[in-house]
Ligand binder design. Structure first.
Ligand code: SF4
Length: 336
């Protein structure tokens, strides 16, 4: 693809976005904090779910200062249901860095934004272009698919060579004068037109330049073979006393650090206990099955375990599967 073609594609995309771009709350603002929050939420959560949570979250934490001042527990609780809690921890760390390093004012320079905790190349590109209208490259799964098809590239997009190819193209394709619309268009095109299953090439604003349009574009992008799903099984106990429900706080270093969950025991330890329920759910590439047993009255808390009053469950952060099963088994526990 020569430089002239790249420029024409970028202009066609920006024009298409001005006419067809969808209206989202995070597109009505150029506040970099609001843009950052939306980008972090959208990383692993669908647009409809984010639409249902974004406004409320921004009212609670409208500035980096507001989130920096919150406890980790409050931040985790506010994120519940969105999953992938590492994101809110990073967001809080970024808020604290903005307060400490920049006096609470969101930095405008690329190097300063990239130096914030948890900000990768994609997020930096999104904040720079969407908030500050600066030409900054950005590649997410949608953009990678559009690029692979435009160039009819057979390099696996999730390989190191594929990533290099994508980011190099993103750099070369930048729209210098309308980067906000252009970057938004790339993502929107991947979401609406150049979709994973069946690209709608007849509606595509860059069809004239696309090298895959007549070569079964649905086969692209090529990806590396998927990692196999791993089955996980664990055994938990339910113990409710006058003092509340026994829960275990996940320590630092664990995937769910800072979240409360039902106490875990070994399979041998639950032998002979009443089996109450099974719960199955998926987390990333793990298929988890939980076997829940009722603890005997004399059960004592272990390290990291505490009784939480049932009326206090609403305030503590908990992984969604735990909250769901507690709500089912102890209706009216205010765990919602
Ligand atoms: Fe995607 Fe089709 Fe447009 Fe090519 S022409 S970019 S395959 S929608």
């Amino acid at each position: 693809m020569n430089p002239q073609e790249r420029q024409q594609i970028a202009q066609a995309l920006a024009d298409w976005f001005h006419a067809n771009g969808r209206d989202y709350p995070w597109r009505r603002t150029t506040d970099p904090w609001a843009v950052l929050v939306s980008e972090v939420m959208l990383q692993q959560t669908t647009i409809p779910t984010v639409l249902g949570r974004y406004g409320e979250w921004m009212r609670r934490f409208p500035t980096p200062q507001a989130l920096a001042a919150a406890t980790e527990e409050e931040a985790l609780r506010s994120w519940e249901g969105l999953g992938y809690y590492r994101r809110v921890r990073s967001l809080r760390a970024a808020a604290q860095a903005i307060v400490e390093r920049h006096g609470g004012v969101f930095p405008t320079e690329a190097a300063d934004i990239r130096a914030l905790p948890g900000i990768g190349d994609y997020t930096a590109g999104a904040v720079l272009s969407f908030a500050f209208n600066k030409p900054a490259p950005l590649v997410d799964a949608n953009v990678a698919r559009v690029f692979a098809r435009l160039c009819n590239s057979r390099t696996p997009v999730d390989s190191p060579a594929g990533r290099r190819e994508q980011w190099c193209l993103a750099e070369q394709m930048l729209h210098r004068t309308d980067p906000r619309a252009y970057n938004s268009a790339l993502m929107e095109l991947g979401q609406l037109v150049c979709t994973a299953g069946a690209p709608q090439c007849l509606l595509c604003p860059v069809r004239a330049w696309c090298r895959a349009k007549d070569k079964n574009p649905a086969e692209l992008p090529v990806k590396l073979p998927k990692k196999q799903t791993t089955a996980l099984e664990h055994w938990d106990i339910l113990h409710v006393t006058k003092r509340g429900i026994l829960l275990e706080l996940q320590p630092e270093g664990k995937r769910h650090a800072g979240l409360w969950r039902l106490p875990r025991r070994s399979q041998e330890e639950v032998q002979g206990l009443e089996h109450i329920a099974d719960q199955a759910y998926s987390v990333t590439r793990y298929k988890v099955t939980r076997h829940l047993h009722r603890a005997t009255p004399g059960t004592r808390p272990r390290k990291g375990e505490s009784y939480i009053p049932l009326h206090g469950l609403e305030q503590i952060p908990m992984a969604s599967p735990d909250r769901k099963i507690i709500n089912t088994l102890i209706p009216g526990s205010h765990a919602r």
